[in-house]
Ligand binder design. Structure first.
Ligand SMILES: Nc1nc2c(ncn2[C@@H]2O[C@H](COP(=O)(O)OP(=O)(O)OP(=O)(O)O)[C@@H](O)[C@H]2O)c(=O)[nH]1
Ligand SMILES: [Mg+2]
Length: 458
């Protein structure tokens, strides 16, 4: 009899258990690896520490604990949590190594349900969470699906202004020398593609964020594959493509890129996500100046196109997207003093405003927050020039202790005069030394978890 009761209870339990796929993205160095490391660390520590006061399920005493479980998707590399923690907790704490590809990790979170009906069915429930890390650069490729090779080439050439045009000189010269109608020469096409890829990498190094095609700079497992060997060309007549020519090969590679790289990503990954976190580092571009900031803003606008899926949108025509909540988080908030956090959120809101309105219309819930996944500084006050001044204390990457006021964050999109008048100096900090078995110090990770997962933990 008892075993039947247990069987029934197991069955009910299983049907109550839920599963959610949370995707984390952002342009490179936005803070994805630090964020996921902290997210996992906070949940794993939730049973033994009071580290998530703003998370309702924890505050209400219903959160039992979390553990790691083997991921279900065996084709995707594992997120390197242990390696990241090892680096952060070393004698000289270091930031986790930059990553280049998609990866994932799975957690099981056990909790006591809140609703009376659910309580009657089972005392505890488990939420399985897949957390997926993928480069935001891949989302910059969405417009490629609606462009043919010639219009894409045109858009690439049209973007060659400012420093980009200087960086592009090398590959443009190679393209000039290529006879598009000559028989296909794979070695030649490879050499020009390499020069073009180098130009894209140089753009990234120069602080540009809108760098497309995204896979050229972050190829993942496609490194060296011919599908990444094409480049924009100057005008050519569409009707006169010679069979077996260089042009024909370029056209077919572009098509293959659209189908097996861009479309495949949206169909295989993007379509499986339930919730999306987009991390944005607003502070580094503010540090780097106007061109870098404008470019980042443009890239974020492009990224947001992937969340505009009205019924007639490109993505809805490809598959049924199911992301119903998107969180935009301004990362590294510990780089500025606490009273700068509201302007930082306001700045991010202004950046995403246009698409936000549209998303609300399509019933996708969006939020903006400022966070520090791993807090590397301590905020305090000093008395200077006859008044109290808000400051940050931390260690530089070289390990020197410093006390600084890094500057004010503009609460709306900065105009031209702003760049003349303001001096930003957001220094990079080394992670703080961790006390044994203490969770990673953070700012508002609990608020993030509550927004993204709170409704699944009721
Ligand atoms: N102070 C502070 N710095 C951070 C925080 N998160 C990230 N950083 C800094 O930003 C750098 C990049 O963070 P990552 O987490 O590696 O960023 P990513 O988006 O995974 O970058 P890629 O893997 O290169 O795409 C780190 O090396 C840190 O220097 C944070 O919460 N606080
Ligand atoms: Mg990373």
């Amino acid at each position: 009899m008892r075993s039947i009761t247990r069987d029934v209870s197991d069955l009910v339990n299983r049907s109550l258990d839920a599963h959610v796929r949370v995707a984390v993205t952002g342009l490179s160095t936005a803070g994805k690896t630090a964020f996921i490391t902290s997210l996992v660390n906070q949940l794993l520590n939730s049973s033994t520490h009071d580290n998530l006061p703003l998370l309702n399920v924890a505050r209400e005493g219903r959160l039992i604990g979390a553990k790691r479980v083997p991921q279900k998707n065996l084709l995707v590399p594992r997120f390197a949590y242990d390696e990241a923690m090892e680096q952060l907790s070393g004698e000289t704490p270091a930031w986790p190594t930059p990553t280049r590809d998609v990866s994932e990790i799975r957690l099981a979170v056990k909790y006591r349900p809140k609703s009376k009906t659910r309580q009657l069915l089972s005392k505890t429930s488990t939420l399985h969470i897949d957390i997926v890390d993928y480069p935001g650069e891949w989302l910059l490729d969405l417009p490629l699906l609606e462009q043919d090779y010639f219009s894409w080439s045109e858009s690439q050439l049209a973007a060659l202004s400012g420093q980009r045009s200087v960086l592009a000189e090398g590959w443009l010269e190679c393209v000039d020398q290529l006879d598009l109608d000559a028989p296909a020469n794979e070695a030649k096409l490879q050499a020009i593609s390499e020069a073009y890829t180098q130009y894209l990498l140089d753009c990234k190094d120069a602080g540009y964020h809108w760098v497309q095609p995204g896979r050229f700079v972050l190829p993942g497992d496609l490194k060296g594959a011919p599908v990444l060997q094409f480049f924009p060309i100057k005008k050519h007549d569409l009707d006169s493509v010679v069979k077996g020519s260089n042009l024909e090969m370029l056209l077919s590679r572009y098509k293959e890129y659209q189908t097996s790289v861009v479309k495949r990503f949206y169909k295989d990954y993007f379509s499986s996500f339930d919730r999306q976190i987009v991390l944005v580092d607003c502070l580094t571009p503010l540090n780097s100046g106007r061109e870098s900031f404008q470019d980042m803003r443009f890239a974020i606008e492009q990224i947001m196109q992937s969340y505009r899926y009205g019924r007639s949108s490109l993505l809805s025509r490809l598959f049924a997207p199911k992301i119903d909540k998107v969180l935009f988080a301004a990362t590294k908030a510990d780089h500025v003093t606490p009273e700068q956090h509201p302007p930082l959120v306001s700045l991010l809101q202004k950046m995403v405003h246009k698409v936000w309105q549209q998303a609300a219309y399509e019933h996708i819930d969006m939020q903006c927050m400022s966070i520090a996944s791993i807090e590397a500084t301590n905020a305090g006050h000093v008395y200077a020039d006859g008044k109290m001044q808000s400051v940050l204390k931390g260690a530089t990457m070289q390990g020197d202790r410093i006390t600084v006021f890094p500057g004010s964050v503009p609460k709306s999109l900065p105009d031209v005069s702003f760049w003349h008048e303001n001096q930003f100096d957001f220094a990079a900090f080394r992670p703080q030394q961790l006390d044994d078995h203490q969770p990673l110090p953070h700012i508002r990770m609990d608020k993030v978890i509550d927004y993204v997962l709170g409704d699944k933990l009721r």
